[in-house]
Design a protein around this ligand. Structure first.
Ligand SMILES: [Zn+2]
Length: 262
């Protein structure tokens, strides 16, 4: 199997990764894309130019799968559909947050024909409730569930049921077990050669934070999430968090409290 082509699609400036990996899968003249990128003129030109270099056109795109609903992965899909009539597919639990009409919803274990291969949907909730990985046989596309250089934020949806940290740890466990020895292509950054090691590192980050919450609670058993959150080791420090990131940190603290059993 020829490895899939990957186009690096720029994102507008901001506190998010500077590029998105758009995976291009060809089937004769037809093209299937995974995670096209951000709906932005520079992203559209980069995609257009990247496809042209591969001898392909936007008009040839037949289907688009997004690994989750975030704008840096999905939003450009609507623009491509206008040009090619492509079908847009997304993990079922993310449907309500998509912001654009979705043509098909994906469930765990579902098989898709992508670029002449059979791809299998692996539901990996945590980053968002509907986050998926795609098993292409020779490579696993991990979206933002497993990233090489940063810890993906968790529960980054408006509507979140259950406990995203618990879900995420279970997703990491599953990926490490089922895809050990398989290379991975993440939604941002470079390929990952050793999935079990990276999954263990990401899990350790959250387990350490749960332990911090447990320790804070042992000293002050009545403390609330608001009181505990500033005591935890946030990247850049609590004072550096803005309204949105502070809100996310508070939600995460509450989920850790739940795991501690408070
Ligand atoms: Zn992303």
């Amino acid at each position: 199997m020829t490895p899939p082509d990957v186009l690096s699609i720029p994102t507008p400036p901001g506190p998010h990764p500077a590029q998105t990996n758009c995976v291009v899968l060809r089937d004769g003249a037809a093209v299937d894309l995974v995670d096209p990128g951000w709906d932005d003129p520079a992203a559209l030109s980069a995609l257009d130019a990247g496809l042209a270099e591969l001898g392909l056109r936007l008009e040839d795109v037949r289907s688009i799968v997004a690994t989750h609903w975030h704008v840096d992965h999905l939003s450009l899909a609507a623009r491509i559909r206008e040009r090619s009539g492509a079908r847009i597919l997304l993990g079922r639990p993310d449907a309500g947050e998509a912001g654009i009409p979705i043509d098909g919803l994906l469930d765990d274990g579902q098989e898709l024909r992508l670029g002449g291969r059979t791809a299998r949907v692996v539901a990996t909730p945590g980053h968002t409730p509907g986050s998926i990985c795609l098993d292409l046989g020779d490579v696993l596309l991990t979206g933002d569930t497993v990233l090489p250089a940063i810890n993906p934020g968790l529960g980054l949806s408006v509507e979140v049921a259950g406990n995203p940290i618990r879900d995420y740890l279970a997703s990491l466990d599953r990926i490490a077990r089922e895809f050990a020895g398989r290379p991975a292509l993440p939604g941002h950054g470079l390929a990952i050669d050793d999935l079990p090691t990276r999954c263990a590192e990401l899990a350790a980050h959250h387990r350490a934070r749960t332990a911090q919450v447990a320790a804070a609670l042992a000293e002050r058993p009545d403390a609330t999430a608001e009181e505990i959150a500033p005591l935890l080791g946030w990247t850049g420090g609590w004072a550096s968090l803005t309204d949105v990131t502070r809100m996310s940190a508070l939600r995460q603290t509450a989920w850790h409290l739940e795991l501690v059993g408070a």
